[in-house]
Design a protein around this ligand. Structure first.
Ligand SMILES: Nc1ncnc2c1ncn2[C@@H]1O[C@H](COP(=O)(O)OP(=O)(O)OP(=O)(O)O)[C@@H](O)[C@H]1O
Ligand SMILES: N[C@@H](CCO)C(=O)O
Length: 317
């Protein structure tokens, strides 16, 4: 067992427009910004959670309501159930991602927490076992289990959920030259509220479009056909309802598409938006425009990102 274990878990895009709840991608800013939460664990006499970082003050003051505390309790219960030895830990969460941002903020805390806990105790649980725990904890927050943030955050890349208990998710090929301009507007959108406004059933034409788009997208990634892949990146499930929660969304889409973006959409449940760009210069231009025009307040930010191959990463203590 290690004295101190530290894990960094990246931001992620849920849905990627065309894959509601079943498609997600990790994010890595090209300028080296660490866009993700960090969790440290260390042996202690009793459990304690300390919260730090730029968005710590936006979390509930009571550490018992922090999802990281719930991850610890869940992990220890699982260890007891399966006969793995444990001891109490002190944990620190560096809350670097804004809450209710659409960047997979709770997923980032959850993945960093479970990875640090598992590594600290010499990996008693395997990948899919941990993913199930992560999905369950994410479901406690958003109201239903979905893996489209926790899976890419944990494993990196762009991942498609299988609906199976193992493998929970499979990796998809990436378009080598795509850059993702992302902008968080600075307001908070609750994922559970953004799920509650969606209709409970989907019309047949939309169901057919959803299936066709997802199938064509996966084919186009394997065929390395950028135009075909981008042509089906449209959201027929959530965006028509959610965009009313996002001031300036239509203008941001119109500007991005007029300036060459291949696709544009809501990241997760928003308010973060993304534009898929052919090269870094185009992404820088669109990110700068979004920064000046889509951002609503000083909490907002924009980045040019790539999709990293790696997800959660262990750091030196
Ligand atoms: N460590 C944590 N990180 C983020 N949210 C937390 C954490 N602990 C508790 N919460 C609570 O969970 C809820 C998170 O809400 P929500 O799912 O809308 O945000 P999110 O995960 O940040 O969203 P998104 O996936 O869109 O980035 C908030 O009520 C927040 O106070
Ligand atoms: N698939 C989830 C992602 C939330 O970040 C949703 O759109 O509700």
């Amino acid at each position: 067992m290690k004295n101190k274990t530290i894990a960094y878990a990246p931001a992620s895009i849920g849905n990627v427009s065309l894959g509601f709840d079943v498609l997600g991608a990790a994010l890595e800013p090209v300028d080296g910004t660490a866009l993700g939460d960090v969790v440290e664990v260390q042996q202690a006499d009793a459990f304690a959670l300390h919260v730090a970082g730029p968005f710590a003050h936006k979390l509930p003051a009571d550490e018992n309501t922090n999802i990281v505390t719930h991850c610890y309790e869940h992990f220890i219960e699982a260890c007891v159930k399966y006969g793995h030895a444990t001891h109490p830990l002190a944990m620190t969460l560096h809350k670097n991602l804004p809450i209710g941002s659409g960047l997979g903020s709770s997923a980032s805390s959850i993945v960093a927490a479970f990875h640090a806990l598992n590594a600290h105790f010499d990996s008693p649980f395997k990948q899919d076992e941990l993913l199930h725990m992560m999905g369950e904890l994410e479901g406690q927050i958003s109201g239903s289990i979905h893996y489209d943030n926790v899976a890419p955050c944990y494993l990196g890349g762009m991942t498609l959920m299988t609906g199976q208990s193992s493998p929970v998710t499979v990796a998809l090929p990436l378009m080598e030259n795509w850059y993702w301009a992302i902008c968080y507007s600075g307001i908070s959108v609750s994922t559970s509220a953004a799920r509650d406004i969606l209709p409970k059933t989907v019309d047949l034409p939309d169901a057919l479009t959803f299936g066709r788009q997802l199938g064509v997208f996966v084919h186009a990634l394997y065929a390395n056909n950028e135009q075909l892949a981008a042509s089906v990146m449209q959201d027929v499930i959530a965006e028509p309802y959610r965009k009313s929660l996002l001031p300036g969304f239509d203008e941001a889409r119109a500007y991005s598409m007029e300036h060459g973006a291949l696709a544009f959409g809501i990241s997760g449940s928003g308010p973060t938006v993304f534009a898929v760009c052919r090269d870094q210069a185009q992404a820088q231009h669109i990110a700068a425009w979004l920064d000046n025009n889509y951002k609503q307040n000083e909490d907002g930010f924009s980045h040019v990102c790539r999709i990293p191959q790696a997800g959660v990463q262990q750091q030196q203590g």
